[in-house]
Design a protein around this ligand. Structure first.
Ligand code: XMP
Length: 584
């Protein structure tokens, strides 16, 4: 739809999309492409950025770039692995690191350059690498160094080739924006061309072209992406040609179905239905306790319900296309960042939907936008902040936050705390683990302690701290418990309390997601415990546990403890990895 001025070559790093997003924040349209994209397909771009990635240039099969890109007229910036790759391919030397360097360092300018113009004194930067550049390639000069890395920025201004070992795209790198804007504007000569909200008329025209006289059908989740996509289609095609359904599984949060119904009414969606499928989810889940088993049942039921809706509404007929809220990172991931080990099953594809996709009968109005840009478009369309600021929410909903068990288990005293008889899913060394959690009696002052404990102690993948309880941890035990309406209601109430408090305090805007989890752990009259799990993340692939202000925590804990049947409140302090965001 628009040619990118900047292409980010993806060498497999988690920061790749972050780089493209940062470029777009300067109002310059950027796209992500596979690192090995032939130079011939990159002609005409104003600049290239080679992203960071987890590999070593010496590993067989590690990501590389077409060396011909260095002869293009477009200046190139290598970041982290991108710097190592550039040095390696152009005749420099890369030294294999054994330990690696992760965290803050301080950058000093060694030689004047356009790239580091305006960067003065010692500036904080973020490092995350194992290998380092040991000798620069011919024609290059060292532009900057840090206390831990002698060659932290290099450049060959004649050829327009630059590289940095640190990550300019993350907030912890204080001169990061300066470095990127120097590269984009001074070195590449980019001109602002990107403003998502001003693209609305173009997107609407594309919807009309793709629909080509046909009608659009959506399954909506109530989340930001599908609602904004639906709204764009309503504007482009009018309410008679846009139909939608929302499936009420009975596993939703408090007030969710009413919220969705009200929102779509406000949008003027006249062919929007809420399908009550509550009876199709809870009965088959009775007795299922293992996370993957629960996910499998939910996936199968979803498929059955969606298939029925598609068939009964004749939505697979030739006059229909399928609308979806797919956003830009989803299109890249499905293009093949193959994760070797399956951590969790996310979704199943309905056959009817697959057929529509295979036949190209699909409208995805948001497929070139990032989440922040979708929110911007939503604001321009007049959607409420209450909708646009919603956190991501998993498809299987509260079912994967309501832990079940078919065993009785005792808590076990360890030197460092209590081993809880409750297991959760983790990701360690890129593999799935399913292990018990360790509970500390109080919140530790040292934020690194949870990670250190998991590294030191065998057999756990998560550390929580006790925040409030009706009695000592020693008096609690694990017990058989299923996905009952009573337990779901308990979790719904606790979740609603957490949402009210974190919204009123503004804390929800400082974090990415705030799962609230119910554990079958307690006493005879108070059988369950609640876990608070506020996290920050860029894309959900990795996440940091976030500490909330003491006053907010105390308020949440007091209100949750007043919910009947709750024995204790815990605080999950574990990053992802080694834990996952959700417990199941
Ligand atoms: P994990 O727990 O794997 O979660 O660290 C990463 C992100 O994915 C969300 N999540 C899901 N989203 N269907 C979804 O649509 C699912 O089955 C699912 N499971 C986890 C989770 O909420 C987090 O944002």
């Amino acid at each position: 739809m628009i040619n990118p001025q900047i292409v980010v070559l993806d060498t497999g790093g988690q920061y790749c999309h972050l780089i493209a997003r940062k470029v777009r924040e300067f109002h310059i349209y950027a796209e992500v492409r596979p690192s090995e994209t032939p130079a011939s397909q990159l002609e005409g771009v104003r600049g290239l950025i080679i992203s960071g990635g987890p590999a070593s240039v010496y590993e067989p099969g590690s990501p590389t770039v077409d060396p011909a890109i260095f002869a293009l007229r477009a200046p190139t910036l290598g970041i982290c692995y991108g710097q190592q790759l550039m040095a390696h391919l152009l005749g420099g030397q890369v030294e294999r690191g054994v330990k690696g360097e992760y965290g803050l360092a301080f950058l000093s300018v060694e030689n004047p350059s356009q790239l580091l113009e305006g960067v003065t004194g010692r500036q904080q930067v973020w490092m995350s690498h194992r290998d380092t550049v040991h000798a620069v390639p011919p024609g290059f000069a060292v532009l900057g160094s840090t206390n831990t890395c002698a060659i932290a920025a290099i450049g060959d201004p004649v050829r327009g080739l630059y590289a940095v070992q640190f990550h300019p795209e993350v907030v912890h790198t204080h001169p990061g924006k300066r470095v990127l804007s120097n590269f984009l504007f001074q070195i590449c000569g980019c001109q602002p061309d990107w403003d998502p909200s001003r693209r609305i008329p173009i997107v609407e025209e594309q919807i009309r072209q793709t629909a080509n006289g046909r009608k659009v059908f959506f399954f909506v989740s109530g989340g930001v992406d599908s609602t904004v996509a639906y709204t764009l289609c309503l504007r482009a095609l009018g309410p008679e040609r846009v139909h939608g359904a929302y499936v009420d599984t009975g596993l939703m949060r408090e007030g969710e179905t009413a919220f969705v119904r009200e929102n779509f009414q406000k949008l003027g969606a006249t062919h929007f239905t809420v399908v009550d499928a509550r009876k199709e989810f809870l009965p088959p889940l009775e007795g299922a306790t293992e996370p993957e088993h629960k996910r499998k049942i939910i996936g199968e039921q979803f498929v059955a319900v969606q298939e029925r809706i598609l068939q009964s509404g004749h939505y697979t007929g030739q006059e229909w296309v399928l609308g979806q809220g797919t956003i830009y990172p989803d299109t890249i991931e499905s293009g093949g960042t193959a994760r070797a080990d399956k951590i969790k099953t996310h979704h199943n594809r309905v056959e009817g939907i697959q057929k529509l996709i295979d036949a190209g009968r699909i409208v995805e109005p948001l497929s070139s936008f990032y989440k922040d840009e979708v929110r911007e478009i939503g604001r321009e369309l007049g959607l409420s902040a209450g909708l646009l600021d919603r956190h991501p929410f998993p498809g299987p909903a509260l079912a994967i936050r309501c832990l079940c068990s078919d065993e009785t288990g005792r808590v076990e005293k360890w030197d460092q705390g209590w081993l809880l008889p409750v297991r959760s899913v983790g990701v360690q060394g890129d593999s799935r683990t399913y292990r018990p959690a360790l509970a500390l009696e109080t919140l530790p002052a040292d934020e690194h302690l949870p990670g250190e404990l998991i590294n030191q102690l065998d057999g756990i993948n998560r550390v929580v701290a006790l925040v409030a309880s009706h009695g000592p941890i020693a008096a609690m035990s694990g017990h058989p418990a299923g996905l009952t309406e009573e337990r779901l209601e308990r979790l719904r109430r606790a979740d609603a309390i957490v949402r009210e408090h974190s919204h009123a305090s503004g804390f929800d805007r400082a974090i990415w997601q705030f799962p609230v989890v119910l554990l079958p752990l307690g006493t005879a009259d108070r059988p369950d415990s609640v876990v608070l799990r506020p996290i920050d993340s860029v894309d959900g692939m990795t996440a940091q546990a976030v500490r909330m202000p003491a006053g907010l925590l105390a308020g949440i804990a007091a209100s949750v403890m007043a919910v009947p049947g709750i024995a204790a409140v815990f605080y999950d302090l574990t990053h992802k990895p080694p834990a996952t965001i959700e417990w199941e």
